[in-house]
Design a protein around this ligand. Structure first.
Ligand SMILES: [Zn+2]
Length: 235
């Protein structure tokens, strides 16, 4: 586990250690943001135990590689209202997923196997969280696009943004990392509405974050992240 900021821990697991789960210190225990893949259940349990015990899970969005451990942890699970139906659905192939848009054939073929393996299935949602609500000292922000009910968490005091798949630091269509320090809007093959996904990256840029912790790969830090993110949104 890696401490990424005051009271915030990152656990990286599964495929190329690219699946991120965040633990936020929360009144003696931890709240978990995003739930990784099914293969991470044991590691997630052990990490939460070490941090004082898991109180609840908040899903950044409902895709299988972000809800994978959620049904197995025995704590209440929350998400945005626009994400509830997809989170509770047992289908690993979400309704707007369109792998035919991926340009590289082997990548197109391997994803159904990966997505099925990563997913833990549908999870009962205990309640919802919307823009402006407070979670463990962070403010919830709605970033629709990659998923309709995609949310991120924002902490003004250290300009820390934890944003699930609002932005990628990896070329998911070719399964290789982006050059260090670069970001991109997630490929439309995964997304619900690509124009809205671009707008959401601009919304994140406008916050002028100092650190962006995404759903995959290492956090992005720097003094000019607004510029980096605006460039990604325009590409
Ligand atoms: Zn996703």
């Amino acid at each position: 586990m890696e401490k990424v900021a005051d009271g915030v821990w990152l656990l990286r697991g599964d495929f190329r250690k690219a699946m991120n789960v965040y633990f936020l210190e929360d009144e003696g225990g931890v709240t978990m943001f995003d739930a990784g893949t099914k293969a991470m259940v044991k590691k997630v349990r052990a990490a939460a135990e070490q941090l004082g015990g898991l109180k609840r899970v908040v899903l950044g969005h409902a895709h299988g590689d972000h809800r994978g451990t959620a049904p197995s942890l025995g704590v209440p699970v929350y998400c945005h209202p626009d994400e509830v139906a997809d989170a509770e659905s047992d289908d690993w192939r979400w309704r707007y997923l369109d792998l035919s848009q991926l340009p590289v054939a082997p990548v197109r073929w391997i994803y159904p196997l990966l997505l099925r393996r990563w997913d833990g299935g549908g999870v009962k949602i205990a309640g919802t969280v919307s823009e402006g609500e407070e979670i463990a000292g962070f403010r919830v922000i709605h970033f629709p696009g990659h998923a309709p009910g995609l949310i991120g968490l924002w902490r003004e005091s250290d300009r820390l943004a934890i944003v699930s798949d609002v932005v990628y630091f990896v070329d998911s269509a070719r399964l290789r990392p982006l050059p260090h320090g670069e970001a991109s809007v997630p490929h439309p093959a995964w997304g619900w509405d690509h124009d809205k996904a671009r707008e959401s990256v601009r919304k994140l840029a406008a916050l002028e974050p100092a650190v962006v912790c995404a759903g995959h790969e290492e956090p992005l830090r720097g003094t000019n992240l607004r510029e980096t993110l605006e460039r990604a949104a325009d590409k």
